[in-house]
Design a protein around this ligand. Sequence first.
Ligand code: HMG
Ligand code: MG
Length: 299
Amino acid sequence: MDLPDQITIKEVGPRDGLQNEKKEISTEDKIEWINQLSESGLSYIEITSFVHPKWIPQLKDAVEVAKSINRKEGVTYAALVPNMKGLERALEADVDEVSIFMSASETHNKKNINKSIEETYPVLKEVVTGAKEAKKTVRGYVSTVFGCPYEGPVDENQVVDVCERLFDMGIDELSLGDTIGVANPRQVHEFLCKMEHVLLKDQIALHFHDTRGMALANTATALQLGYHTFDGSLGGLGGCPYAKGATGNLATDDLVHMIHEMGIDTGIDLDRLTEAGFFIQDKIGKPLPSKQMQVRAKE
Ligand code: HMG
Ligand code: MG
């Protein structure tokens, strides 16, 4: 197999995970959890989001969390930003990277950020420009790349169009979201091969949700095609509140385990990562879905 020696894993649990948990996690516990994640060898943590607190009350303490965590050298601390109001708050909190987001399908975009796709571009363009002026790097997310909970299959040309529009704004990296975990390895293979001329491998991350247990298989498919940046959420925490049926992301700990077993480096200490998983599981108060945590709980 033609595989890379090293890959990058981006932890999105404090944002994508917690945004969908009904149990309220205290600001103090979020800070402690993120500090533990920083000590596990992760180089990138999406710590929160500066969206409207009425839409996502779970992350209403975004500024406080971002200001209170220990910033470990070499770790990028990122957060979601939907508009200029969000950017204002993100800059006040001094995150390292700003993540803009939108969907490839109209209905999900509307339900998630209350705008049509066309209305979204100028809003995001302003955010990218403002973030760049503030010397921040910018990540873009495109949701519903492999399927939409409201519209079903999404036209690949529409996906590419959205991706290109975000790159034209000057984003540094784009994360392709399988928001509701419907992608299968064949679809991922065909999509990535078809899009190779448009989407530069070094600028693409894959963001798989594990709703139907296909996230690791999809990851292995992308890995074999030379993609080397993957998002995960520790323990498999998470979902999308505006995508019915979306459960957690691919579990970071399961991903790290598979990658290490394949002889590929991540820089992550799986023992420390799993300890951080047990910390947040205890706060959430129910078993998290990752296989790693289930195996280790029995040891
Ligand atoms: P809106 O109601 O259309 O906002 O919401 P608006 O621009 O009309 O403003 C209304 C009021 O909200 C104003 O206050 C604004 O100041 C305030 P007023 O003048 O009435 O007093 N406001 C804000 N306050 C704080 N922070 C802000 C903010 N923006 C406006 N940022 C909005 C539009 C985008 C804000 C809303 O729809 C929203 O917050 N949506 C976020 C939904 C969300 O977080 N979804 C989950 C994340 S995406 C995801 O999970 C997918 C991903 O993981 C990839 C994948 O899996 O596919 C990334
Ligand atoms: Mg997601």
